[in-house]
Design a protein around this ligand. Sequence first.
Ligand code: 0RA
Length: 646
Amino acid sequence: MSEAKNYGADSIQVLEGLEAVRKRPAMYIGDVGQKGLHHLVYEVVDNSIDEALAGHATSIQVTINEGNSVTVKDDGRGIPVAVHTKENRSALEVVMTVLHAGGKFDKDSYKVSGGLHGVGVSCVNALSSHLQVNVHRDGKEYVQEYSIGKPLYPVKEVGNSNYRGTIVTFQPDASIFFEATYQYDILAARLRELAYLNRGIRIQLTDNRDKDDEGVARTQEFHSEGGLREFVAFIDESREALIPQPMYMEGEIEGIPVEVAMAYNTSYAENIHSYVNNINTHEGGTHLTGFRRALTRTLKKYADESGILTKEKLEVAGDDFREGLTAVISVKVMEPQFEGQTKTKLGNSEVSGAVDRIVGEMLTNYLEEHPNEARIIVQKVILAAKARIAARKAREMVQRKTVLGGNSLPGKLADCSETDPAQCEIFLVEGDSAGGTAKQGRDRKFQAIMPLRGKILNVEKAMQHKAFENEEIRNIFTALGVSIGTEEDSKALNTAKLRYHKIVIMCDADVDGSHIATLIMTFFFRYMKELIENGYIYIASPPLYLVKKGSKSAYAWNETQRDQIARDLGGEEQTGIGIQRYKGLGEMNAEQLWVTTMNPEGRTLKQVTIDNASEADRIFSMLMGDDVPPRREFIEKNARYARIDA
Ligand code: 0RA
């Protein structure tokens, strides 16, 4: 607090504000792991996006520096530096050190961007061991530095400048974050998303930790003039489009700007990504409700009037209009109310009417102006309705069977004795033989084993009723205790009935195994996403090597470890060393499998998470869909990460 004394009573209060952030950082940025670490960047970038949305900045540069500090630079007006009369210090210092002070100086501007927690740059400052801000404005350059949010000196002028803009460099505080390394791909996915959501803005990402032989750093520029239209096309890159161009709708009602792009593809999945003020609203809300209502009403009206529906004598349901639909909805709301478990559900009731009217009117026009596309869409809807009816029959048959069968658990499941789901784990194991080993090796008190035969159905390509008819998939559903169905309300129910809070996918550590793991993850992603969102899905990591010398041996999970162990056991010459490469789980005996992969004391489980929903959607459709070239390209590009990411 010593530097603070010079700044008078006001600043002491200020420091208390930032102290609170350091005391309970998770309350402000979500967590202090990888998510929170990346959130710091988004928080700073959001200020620059606001400046661009206000029409004063055109480009934003994000640089990951060596040592994992990050620089965010924009060409906006520069944060004001004049001394703030009431506070008796520079406006810049107030913005950087007072919680929620960010917008105070520019009331007129339309400030709608902002991270999920919308806490402002002062929060980033509080959680940085060092932060420096340089402001270029009015022909001058100004600078101030901070340590854990406390100014090291008053704002000072350092010279002339003919540049204009704000540059913030921060070093996340290592005593707060347990994860210190920025992931290029995570930042890239979010910055790309921001570029699509805010068309015209140029966002560049550079990684100075990753330089080629000529010393040129890895870099990418994200920029979209087409905005949401191009976003939808990008998400659907690997899907086969039903109509040549995404539909696009835009308007503003009662000060609520609404933008929607949508396209139909030949798949059976519904992929609607909704955003409020650039934040992905995973749990939906009023904007999504408005969209669905307008879509169902407008398409149904068109189908009824065109006479195609009456001919078919079909009862179409809301779901049928959304099969094979990829859509992005983006609204800007001045005072958003976020609700729900993860605070990503929009509550503002006025938004649903705005979206409904804009989508209703513009979609009606579209259908009238594009009769060919309209016919294709209606045919798709009819197909979906027929498939849904077939799926319901299949589902009812399955449910009847399980009821009649008495014991509803599948025969292949070796259940555990514990009944509290929070204590229970289920291993989904590739192959009957490894399944047998796992059954011998497990702790039967809390670990259940479910062997899966070979490759499960690829749900990315199969229609719903095929999935419900598939024996392996039915077995997974019944073993987990959740019911089959995709209706909204059944989801909360599903998580409540879940019999295990750890679902561990255990496959061979080879190409086939990782393909099978991906098939299973695709299944969860498309049919039970809420289990991933709740953090229930894990991947086991069996070792890759057993290094032996005489009676001594140790396991290795990668090549570096293997070589280290070989050196430790065998000395410099490494004589008498034997290395066994495990190709499959089957090469381990029950004891080895327990020790390395199943015992909570020594194993490593990788939790499956969704960092970025639209990116996950795109990648699953690419990995599991029909289109081969982009898949090959992705696997080649990511091959060296594949094991870490799995
Ligand atoms: C308030 C007022 C003005 C600029 C900004 C905020 C501003 C903030 C950030 C944060 C990152 N980059 C930024 N760029 C600008 C300017 C008001 C004026 O010049 O009249």
